[in-house]
Design a protein around this ligand. Structure first.
Ligand code: ADP
Ligand code: SF4
Ligand code: MG
Length: 335
């Protein structure tokens, strides 16, 4: 071993590596003879990594492809192209027993805690179900003990297990959803807008809980949100999507303080800032315009129809994701 090798640590392997992920949905056929397949370009050529213990915030407006990205990683929708690696293993096409095993390592926290819990199951059954399905509870007592431990972890009262979901508030239901997601002791949680359906006043409590759990259990998060206000405190890095494309990715502070893409600036203009002159400067820029048709994305930059800085080049050539500053990537010709 050379001196250098002894001093410079190997870069830690990411827990998750997404490489050129593409997801197109077939939604029918067009043309007089139905000769042209119609495809929704939900996700196009997404690449990013998440390190162990890291939170990557994934932000973009409704329809930009965030949920599809999460579902593709969880192998709930098939990738049309690209690769997904988990702990260095290519999981893009694993099936059968391997896929079952993979499901234990990555879990989903749903957006709507009202819709995602079975109203006819007591909380103890809801949280214990994954343990039973995966054959991990040794006995009824073992399942009961594990569920009480999980309830305690997420801050629910000990007697919550005997009650039904309707007896709980939105925030408590999301705690139940998180307990269920944690039952199999996953390394990666994909939280798909986990607080969007909750009252503004309790969002911070759930985000704080997730942050505490991350520290305690060493969890890794892909935390999805539709605006930049929710993810600030929990994210180490933030990725921004627009119309199926990753358009910017950088450390959290770089995104808020020095965005490199006009769309990120547009998202930031919607986040209240304590500095009124800065807020006024931000909101002076207009980003009005049509969102591109996901079945026929335009040539060139997908943000062209709403971008006040678009030039002829933007209409014909697609801007690559380029490193604009150290570890700060954005896809724009003119920044
Ligand atoms: N199962 C599906 N079949 C067809 N189109 C879909 C399907 N799921 C999502 N889409 C489309 O893919 C695009 C991205 O959707 P989605 O990933 O849900 O976005 P987001 O979570 O950012 O709101 C949207 O145009 C949506 O209508
Ligand atoms: S590439 Fe052009 S259209 Fe796209 S964001 Fe940059 S300036 Fe705007
Ligand atoms: Mg979504």
């Amino acid at each position: 071993m050379s001196v250098l090798e002894a001093v410079v640590p190997e870069p830690a392997e990411p827990l998750l590596r997404v490489d050129g992920l593409t997801v197109h949905f077939n939604v029918g056929r067009a043309g007089f003879w139905g000769q042209r397949p119609l495809q929704v370009h939900a996700v196009d050529d997404m690449s990013f990594t998440i390190a162990p213990g890291e939170t990557l915030g994934l932000v973009g407006e409704s329809g930009s492809g965030k949920t599809t990205t999460g579902r593709a990683i969880l192998r709930r929708v098939p990738a049309s192209g690209g690769k997904i690696y988990f702990q260095g293993h290519d999981i893009t096409h694993v099936a059968g027993a391997e896929l079952r095993l993979l499901r234990r390592h990555m879990q989903l926290v749903f957006q709507d805690p009202y819709a995602s819990l079975n109203p006819r199951m007591r909380v103890i059954e809801t949280v214990a179900e994954p343990l039973i399905v995966h054959g991990l509870a040794k006995s009824v007592q073992d399942a009961t003990d594990r569920v009480s431990h999980l309830m305690n972890l997420v801050g629910l009262p000990a007697d919550a297990g005997d009650r039904y979901p309707h007896a709980f508030s939105g925030g408590q239901r999301q705690r139940i959803g998180i307990a269920r997601a944690l039952a199999l002791e996953p390394e990666l949680l994909i939280a798909d807008e986990p607080v969007s359906a909750l009252d503004v006043s309790i969002r911070a409590q759930v985000v704080n809980l997730m942050q505490d759990l991350q520290e305690e259990l060493g969890l890794t998060y892909l935390f999805i949100a539709h605006d930049l206000s929710v993810v600030r405190h929990i994210s180490h890095r933030i990725a921004i999507m627009y119309a199926g494309k990753l358009i910017e990715i950088a450390g959290r502070d770089a995104i808020y303080e020095d965005p490199k893409h006009p769309y990120t600036e547009a998202l930031l203009s919607a986040v209240p800032v304590p500095d009124p002159p800065l807020q006024r400067a931000r909101s002076r820029i207009s980003y009005a315009g049509e969102v591109p048709n996901p079945m026929q994305p335009p040539a060139g930059c997908r943000f062209q129809s709403r971008c006040p800085f678009a030039t002829a080049q933007c209409l014909s050539e697609e801007p690559p994701l380029a490193e604009k500053a150290p570890a700060h990537w954005a896809a724009c010709w003119h920044r």
